[in-house]
Design a protein around this ligand. Structure first.
Ligand SMILES: NC(=O)c1ccc[n+]([C@@H]2O[C@H](COP(=O)([O-])OP(=O)(O)OC[C@H]3O[C@@H](n4cnc5c(N)ncnc54)[C@H](OP(=O)(O)O)[C@@H]3O)[C@@H](O)[C@H]2O)c1
Length: 252
């Protein structure tokens, strides 16, 4: 029996690249996201390689998450790896100019959604035991502040601390927990963050060499396939051409 990976946010970016990487590695796939037609396209693409189950899911809806897990077909029940990838940033402007609704959307998706899925799948992951993995997609923004990051960075700081705290409780279960924290990567992330501004997205990723979705998918696959006794707590990955900058100073 092949191992099964459960990926949230499989319709784009890291999640879709991870689905392709795990399929190439022979894992069966459970793929979730809100855009059903994209899930169907991915299922059609990968079902020749491995068994693929898709489920339309908004991770913010705890009851829907529980239903998707309860209704997993028999062959997809024994999850070996959960990739908590669904997430987004919004409102890349100063905190004082942001709509409250955008802050709520980020918290509901990146924090509440991630704990909804984790809670629903913990029993099956613990049943899998040694070698099972929870891989949470955090961000460099969870560790390093920058202007316009406000609630987004704070949600990713939650992801980091939740990952560490889970480790404490899961120590005797064999279930590993990793916070993978990417820096700048070219996906639909900036298009979503700017509410559809393709030019802003092109400007951000242009004239430099950002990470590609496939780079992070490779790290996710690597972490999920480590020997059972190894736990990467946090893996921070940046493009070579990205680094920190000087502190800002307000002057008269
Ligand atoms: N790109 C970067 O520079 C970067 C850096 C660090 C961390 N990250 C993190 O990496 C993760 C993936 O982002 P990405 O860069 O691959 O962006 P992306 O291309 O926009 O993909 C985001 C994915 O999340 C899903 N999603 C968003 N809201 C959802 C919801 N309420 N319910 C279910 N699925 C939802 C989307 O699917 P649907 O819209 O179909 O639901 C999509 O598949 C996010 O957690 C993001 O914060 C990205």
């Amino acid at each position: 029996m092949s191992k099964i990976v459960f990926i949230t946010g499989a319709t784009s970016g890291f999640g879709r690249a991870a689905a392709r990487r795990f399929a190439a590695g022979g894992w069966s796939l459970v793929l979730c996201g809100r855009r059903v037609e994209r899930l169907q396209e991915l299922q059609n693409e990968l079902r020749e390689q491995v068994p693929v189950h898709i489920a339309a899911l908004d991770v913010r809806d705890a009851a829907a998450v529980q239903q998707v897990v309860a209704e997993l077909p028999e062959d997809f029940r024994q999850i070996h790896a959960l990739i908590n990838n669904a997430g987004l940033a919004l409102a890349p402007m100063p905190a004082q100019k942001v709509d409250l609704a955008d802050w709520h959307t980020m918290i509901d998706t990146n924090v509440t959604g991630l704990v909804n899925v984790t809670h629903a799948l913990l029993p099956t992951l613990i049943k899998t035991g040694a070698g099972a993995s929870i891989i949470n997609i955090g961000s460099t923004a969870g560790q390093w502040p920058y202007p316009g990051s406000h609630v987004y960075g704070a949600t990713k700081a939650f992801v980091q601390q939740f990952s560490y705290n889970l480790r404490c409780d899961l120590i005797a279960t064999g279930v590993r927990v990793t916070d993978i924290a990417p820096g700048m990567a070219e996906t639909e992330f900036t298009l979503v963050r700017t509410k559809g501004d393709q030019a802003a997205s092109d400007r951000l990723y242009g004239d430099t060499t950002p990470l590609a979705a496939e780079d992070i998918a490779e790290q996710i696959f690597y972490v999920a396939n480590l020997p059972d006794h190894i736990n990467f707590n946090r893996l921070e990955v940046m493009p070579t051409r990205q680094a920190w900058s000087a502190f800002a100073v307000d002057r008269d």
